[in-house]
Design a binder for this molecule. Sequence first.
Ligand SMILES: [Zn+2]
Length: 336
Amino acid sequence: MKQTTETTPTFFCPVCRCKEYVIVCREVPDFRFRVDGVWSSARCLNCNVIYLVAPLDDSKSPCPPPVYSQHSTPDVTPLQGKGLSGKMKEYIRKSILKKHGYNIEKGNCFLGKLLQFFPQIVLKAQWGQIIFPSAMPHGRLLDIGCGNGRFLNIMGKLGWLIYGVEPDPESALIAQTTSGALIYPSLDEIKALPFQFDIITMNHVLEHIQTPREVLNACWLLLKPAGKIAISTPNWGSLCRKVFNKYWYGLDAPRHKILYECGTLKTLLQESGFSEHIISTTSIREGMVSFRKSYFFRFGRSPSTIIKTSWFFVSMLAELCTSSLGEEIIAWARKK
Ligand SMILES: [Zn+2]
């Protein structure tokens, strides 16, 4: 597709306020929830983030987008397994937890290290969490956008002192009731607390935030010196996005406001006062889901088994060659 540079006073980059952009996806409908309207995505020519712009044609005004909601009780498999298979899974899980430094009975740290070569097993043992902080006795953890509190439930059981931010009252109530964490409706209430945090996590939250710089600055203030921030977010640089572009599942217009690649996220973190970045991508959790959905959005039907299998091997090969093509970005950084 031919891209032309456009300048207009109507739109500006929400990260750096630059008014120069190129449209990278035009006339994108809401493939997921079928809200009326079409949206476009632009690449900022200054900071390179991808941001959602209002319809270019003013006559097509968008409806308010539906919000995600997590109103079900979080499903967290207990640490203790039942039966032979349950006991084996428990041993594997405890071995991986030991590798993360958690002080628990049973499990074998060496086995935990060995299992790192089998990411699917690790992911399952970590209750499906790709952000998994290592142990820190009496550490304080804040999860921004905690939904029904599933992640907080897990971290609370592992000994973290847990806190959450969740604007949806129903999800917040479930999170508070099931995890015992204190859940606040916004960062403003957290700022008033008389202590700082050892770690702040944002699991698929940053892409919904229209003012990421302000939120990261707030996180910086909320963290203890050398405290860590951990972020997961869809990867605009993923292979699936490169193939499907406007049909890419991770685009999720109009709910995803800003999308990042490894480089743009690293720059934003640097400019917000974070260093020691470890930024990687993975398709382990979302890769096949995103492919199936993107394929459906593009062709109106599900991919055949042969196509799915081919994609699996092609994407695996691509990720072996370059580490930036995975479906999700995982970023860790430390407060300077
Ligand atoms: Zn910008």
